[in-house]
Design a protein around this ligand. Structure first.
Ligand code: FPP
Ligand code: MG
Length: 348
């Protein structure tokens, strides 16, 4: 597997020259030994439904229809649309794995979903991917116009940090120590800015529509930054807010999150060429039309699918040191993303 998955550099170091892919996968799997234990029985569907309901309730309350009404309408339009809610659910699952209650994870869970939504609003803008459809409805700028879409994204970004940092966001009997909240703010800011999402989006733009082929490690860089960074933050924030204090456990969760973050975007690349717009709730085939650098384009569909399976396997290996029952949600979430479970649930 890729070297950055096995080691654990901060995001800023992910752009450092990489050792070659692959040998680490073989080395990481002890011969003749079952490394990934049988999955514990777990009602994953019930889990997802109940966590998504809790997240949706919190999102609804977080953005009231105050004045100026139009901007709050635009924010709610994108935020409350039919999203997968994978980021906030990962955050809650990591918090509970670290021993914290769900209520403590709701503010960071809301924050990561707001930032995910704002990144999609901006990604769809005419100056970026110029996409008309998102979450089964016209994209924010198509519904509200470009200026309001830009502002809705900016407002969601700042609201995310306000909710995460405001002591009043947390139940009074569960107030997390300020040091934990501060770590979460710093972690999230790093993953979102020019070391994280923004870096990935810039590299994506610069690698789109080129006549020459883009190297695979450049595509990996794009995916790690524009997509995996926020999934990493979702998991790490959950673990921190839940009281996870063992640095090694946090690092294991970080590595798990990087694996599922990369696999999430490779799956997205695959779906773009294998599913319809109706199934995806966004414009299918867009990567091909805009000549984006994707895994299927560079290594083909079959190898992309194999890579997804490898990443899923490695993600689960990073969970092996945890109590299997407590880690079950994260284990199942890795499969859910691998199998694009939301397609069948008609929930994107
Ligand atoms: C979707 O990728 C886009 C992203 C994962 C991230 C986009 C990031 C930005 C626009 C930067 C946002 C700014 C801040 C400050 C966070 P895609 O186009 O491959 O997928 P799609 O098919 O869903 O559009
Ligand atoms: Mg896009």
């Amino acid at each position: 597997m890729t070297s950055w998955l096995s080691s654990s550099p901060p995001l800023a170091l992910l752009s450092a020259p990489r050792r070659k892919l692959s040998s680490t996968v073989a080395a990481a799997i002890p011969q003749g030994k079952e490394t990934v234990k049988t999955m514990p029985e777990f009602d994953f569907k019930g889990y997802m439904l109940s966590k998504a309901a809790a997240v949706n309730r919190a999102l609804d309350l977080a953005v009231p229809l105050d004045e100026p009404r139009r901007i709050h309408e635009a924010m709610r339009y994108s935020l409350l649309a039919c999203g997968k809610r994978v980021h906030p659910i990962l955050c809650i699952a990591a918090c509970e794995l670290a021993g914290g209650p769900q209520a403590l994870a709701i503010p960071p869970a809301v924050a990561v979903e707001m930032i995910h939504t704002m990144s999609l609003i901006h990604d769809d803008l005419p100056c970026m991917d110029n996409d008309d459809l998102r979450r089964w409805q016209p994209s924010c700028h198509r519904a509200f116009g470009e200026p309001l879409a830009v502002l809705a994204g900016a407002a969601l970004l700042s609201l995310a940090f306000r909710i995460l940092s405001d002591p009043k966001s947390y139940p009074s009997d569960l107030s997390p120590p300020p040091s934990r909240v501060l770590r979460c703010i710093s972690e999230l800011a790093r993953c979102v800015g020019s070391e994280g999402l923004v870096a990935g989006q810039v590299a994506d733009m610069e690698s789109t529509g080129l006549s020459e082929s883009v190297p695979i490690d450049r595509v990996e860089y794009i995916h790690i930054h524009k997509t995996a960074a926020l999934l990493e933050a979702s998991v790490v924030l959950g673990a921190i807010i839940g009281g996870g204090s063992d640095p090694q456990s946090i690092e294991r969760l970080r590595r798990y999150a990087r694996c599922i973050g990369l696999l999430y975007q490779v799956v997205d690349d695959i779906l773009d060429v294998t599913k319809s717009s109706q199934e995806l709730g966004k414009t299918a085939g867009k990567d091909l039309v805009s000549d984006k650098s994707t895994y299927p384009k560079l290594i083909g569909l079959e190898k992309s699918r194999e890579f997804v399976e490898e990443l899923n396997h490695e993600a689960k290996q990073h969970l092996e040191e945890f109590d299997p029952e407590k880690a079950a949600p994260l284990l199942h979430l890795a499969n859910y993303i691998t199998e694009a479970g939301w397609i069948n649930n008609n929930n994107n």
